[in-house]
Design a protein around this ligand. Structure first.
Ligand SMILES: *Cc1c(COP(=O)(O)O)cnc(C)c1O
Length: 218
């Protein structure tokens, strides 16, 4: 686990870019999440809806939960109205399920669209062209209880930082194209432990760090 001093330096570095840190706490037990909480961290990201549901009661109410993992439509009840931001919206069928649930709860749910920018086909996300067409065709208006706050993406897992940079740059470009004339569309979530420096450099407004904070996951 990171030391408090190193954590504070990291937070300053991220704040220097005007960006926000989401601490990815998947597979991390509540006691260690609490350490970061005590050092002032409030935004935590989980990738499994049931894990999020089970951890929530063990942590203070003002934790701001982010859903960052693949979401099945039958699990939306665990996250809608219970998360500050659902970052992993990667298909219209999921939007429809989220919309239905948010409408039933009479709330507006903040979401990001996950964009597929990596080479690996195993990674999730809508194609960049698909995302552009979705917004330009007014697709977001079909989901009045969802507030589209921006984009999320994961670069290819590689040591080739030129490739990573090119992928982040392409995502930033799409973000800038969509951001125009869309108030509230202001979040670009990109960058993980091994590539967050490049992501910040390329204009991330939010980074999602797990292993750098908590150590390697089991
Ligand atoms: C696990 C995960 C992270 C954090 O990854 P680290 O390499 O541990 O920093 C970030 N984003 C998503 C979507 C993840 O699933």
């Amino acid at each position: 686990m990171i030391s408090q001093a190193a954590f504070e330096r990291l937070r300053e570095e991220i704040a220097g870019y005007g960006a926000q840190l989401v601490a990815v706490s998947k597979k991390v037990e509540p006691a260690r999440i609490m350490r970061l909480y005590e050092w002032g961290q409030r935004a935590f990201g989980e990738n499994r809806p049931q894990e999020l549901r089970d951890k929530r009661p063990a942590l203070p109410d003002d934790v701001e939960w982010h859903m960052i993992g693949r979401l099945q439509t039958n699990k939306v009840k665990y996250v809608v109205g219970r998360t500050a931001l659902i970052q992993s919206v990667d298909r219209e069928r999921l939007m429809a399920a989220l919309q239905q649930r948010a409408e039933r709860e009479d709330i507006t749910q903040d979401v990001l669209i996950e964009v597929h920018i990596a080479q690996e086909t195993s990674k999730a996300g809508m194609a960049p062209e698909e995302v552009a067409a979705f917004f330009e065709g007014g697709g977001d208006a079909r989901y009045p209880n969802l507030r589209f706050r921006g984009l999320m993406g994961m670069a290819t897992y590689t040591d080739d930082m030129r490739r990573v940079r090119a992928e982040f740059r392409a995502l930033r470009k799409l973000f800038e194209q969509l951001e125009r004339g869309r108030p509230g569309f202001s979040i670009l979530s990109m960058g993980m432990s091994h590539d967050y420096g490049v992501a910040l450099d390329e204009g991330a407004t939010m980074v999602r760090l797990g292993s750098l904070l908590f150590g390697r996951r089991r």
